[in-house]
Write a protein that binds this ligand. Structure first.
Ligand SMILES: C[S@@+](CC[C@H](N)C(=O)[O-])C[C@H]1O[C@@H](n2cnc3c(N)ncnc32)[C@H](O)[C@@H]1O
Length: 240
């Protein structure tokens, strides 16, 4: 734990959240829904893990992303999180692939891994919980091998429900520190090259039968001036 870390607040917050996390109202009852699938498939593509490698996820939570990666890619997976309660759920979710999975309680502000330990590193919805999100990206870049890929998928406070959550939930307030420009700046300052920011998702996960229609709407809005600024998520990617 560094002196800039708010990890104790986050541990307490997620100890309370863990049991109901996968069925929260904000995910319309299921975390592993269509929007989750859009996020994890974009992350996997950005990380180039189809052929395998050792992947680190920072802020594994209940393991929805990690489970998809180990089920769909021939990777070794290390997942870290501040919350032991969240990781217990992740462990159960990934049990079928336990031989390729390692989970550990770690503070993302200062990870106990040597430089260049992983082929690819990602997070989803973790940087906005850190007091020092720039340090979070720097740590992700540090532990990635030269030539490896780094990707962070983060909520955008300009999307209405995120604005509400960030305003009224103390543990979510750091969401206001993030925007597209800053994510790109932090990624470059962390030593990443080929840095790109993508606007991801504008539509809800349900009804599922509208998935294809929502995909088309998402693709159009992502390129529309002004409107694109209100995406649900921001994805920053780069190469070490
Ligand atoms: C919004 S959840 C996202 C979980 C998962 N990636 C997902 O999309 O379902 C944020 C996660 O970050 C973890 N977290 C918060 N602060 C952290 C820190 N300083 N170090 C490591 N993990 C942290 C929380 O415990 C929580 O599991």
């Amino acid at each position: 734990v560094t002196d800039r870390s708010n990890v104790r607040e986050q541990i307490d917050h997620y100890a309370r959240q863990a049991a109901g996390y996968d069925r929260s109202i904000w995910t319309l009852g299921r975390r592993d829904n269509r929007n989750h699938l859009v996020k994890i498939t974009k992350l996997a593509r950005a990380l180039r893990v189809e052929q395998g490698g050792h992947v680190l996820e920072v802020g594994t939570g209940t393991g929805v992303h990690g489970a998809w990666i180990v089920e769909n890619c021939p990777v070794e997976y290390t997942g870290v999180d501040a919350s032991v309660e969240m990781l217990k759920i992740a462990r159960d979710r990934m049990e079928a692939n336990a031989a390729r999975v390692r989970l550990a309680v770690v503070d993302a502000h200062g990870m106990p891994f040597a430089d260049g330990s992983f082929d690819a590193t990602f997070c989803s919805g973790t940087l906005h919980h850190l007091n020092d999100p720039a340090r979070g990206i720097a740590e992700m870049a540090r532990v990635t091998k030269p030539g490896g890929r780094v990707a962070a998928m983060e909520p955008n406070w300009k999307f209405p429900s995120t604005l509400l959550i960030a305003t009224f939930t103390p543990a979510e307030r750091n969401a206001f520190k993030l925007n597209a420009r800053r994510l790109a700046e932090w990624a470059r300052a962390a030593g990443l090259r080929d840095v790109a920011v993508e606007r991801v998702l504008f539509t809800p996960p349900k009804p599922e039968k509208w998935g294809a229609r929502f995909d088309r709407i998402d693709a159009r809005l992502a390129n529309m001036p002004v409107l694109k600024r209100a995406s649900i998520m921001l994805l920053v990617t780069g190469t070490k």
